[in-house]
Design a protein around this ligand. Structure first.
Ligand SMILES: CC(C)(COP(=O)(O)OP(=O)(O)OC[C@H]1O[C@@H](n2cnc3c(N)ncnc32)[C@H](O)[C@@H]1OP(=O)(O)O)[C@@H](O)C(=O)NCCC(=O)NCCS
Length: 283
């Protein structure tokens, strides 16, 4: 061992060493498990899973109204069927002998900027509009400016529109729940107003509306509850993991092995160079 290394070891205190992974989340000793200060025995008796999710991320137990709203967002994103790439890939992985943990991580691994990430982007957009309102801009003007900026940049507004639902069936109950919690004073409803105003401003060239989708609606909930935009994606991953697990489990309970994206005898189309002879090219 080099002298420098020996010195570094001699110089480092035990305190520095245990601080290396110091955390404000959990406190574990032999016979003791505490999270955010609460003993696990009391959490098992008195906290629900949604309370735990909130407490682990935010440090405190949520109020019943906050927990109810978070639960609705988590319930809404659990599944969107095998046509969702996260679910399809988990099912494919399950037929390849990866085991449940491999299948679930394959599905979760597909949740990124494009699939599952629009909620984070919508929250960031709502946040920017809220900042503009705090600086004195009027809601309608701020929203119209934002929509125009996205259009000018050729970008879709995150959280609005859906590939095949003319109106996302998850939109109404989610927004209704936010409105109810505003009535009860649980949230102030500012992000709800922003999102509704965007929806009003978002009309296609042919005059069709582009309703809010699940990502836009859950982003309203997460923003109203004070979560950071990055956590919108994290919470989506948590919720969708339930669906991914269920689909991976169903698929692994069936006898089919190595299921590809197309059922036989269908094959992916080919649009490359036509058949040719290698030997003819090498002479
Ligand atoms: C999901 C999405 C890809 C569907 O797009 P699509 O299949 O092209 O949707 P449609 O065919 O129904 O689009 C119809 C019209 O609405 C417009 N439109 C749809 N979503 C839009 C959006 N988010 N922002 C602006 N315009 C939108 C399209 O440009 C099109 O307008 P046009 O008729 O004037 O050309 C698109 O809405 C989108 O990218 N949304 C934002 C990202 C998002 O929220 N993803 C999560 C989906 S759950």
């Amino acid at each position: 061992m080099s002298e420098a290394r020996k010195k570094a070891i001699a110089d480092s205190s035990v305190e520095e060493t245990v601080d290396w992974w110091a955390t404000a989340i959990s406190d574990i000793e032999p016979g003791v498990i505490r999270m955010r200060g609460y003993p696990i025995e009391q959490l098992i008796d008195g906290a629900g899973l949604v309370d735990m999710i909130w407490m682990m991320l935010r440090g405190e137990i949520p109020s019943p109204g906050q927990a109810a709203l978070l639960e609705k967002a988590l319930v809404s994103a659990v599944d969107h069927g095998p046509q969702a790439p996260s679910i399809a890939s988990a099912r494919m992985a399950a037929t390849c002998g990866l085991g449940l943990q491999g299948a679930v991580s394959t599905g979760v691994g597909l949740l990124g900027d494009v699939h599952g990430g629009a909620g984070q982007q919508a929250m960031t957009m709502y946040e920017e509009i809220r900042k503009a309102l705090a600086e004195g801009e009027q809601l309608t003007a701020a929203v119209q400016r934002t929509v125009a900026d996205y259009r000018a940049a050729g970008r879709f507004i995150p959280g609005f529109g859906h590939r095949f639902h003319p109106r996302d069936p998850r939109r109404d109950p989610l927004l209704r729940a936010v409105a109810e919690q505003r009535e009860r004073g649980v949230v102030d409803g500012a992000y709800l107003d922003i999102a509704i105003e965007i929806e009003k401003a978002l009309v296609t060239r042919s005059g069709k509306s582009v309703p809010m989708n699940i990502d836009g609606a859950t982003a309203v909930i997460y923003a109203e509850l004070g979560f950071e935009p990055e956590l919108a994606r994290g919470l989506f991953v948590l919720s969708r993991s339930v669906g991914i697990l269920a689909h991976a489990w169903e698929e692994s309970s069936q006898a089919q092995r190595i299921k590809g994206p197309l059922p036989p005898p269908l094959l992916a189309g080919y649009k490359g160079v036509g058949p040719r002879e290698l030997s003819a090219e090498r002479t």
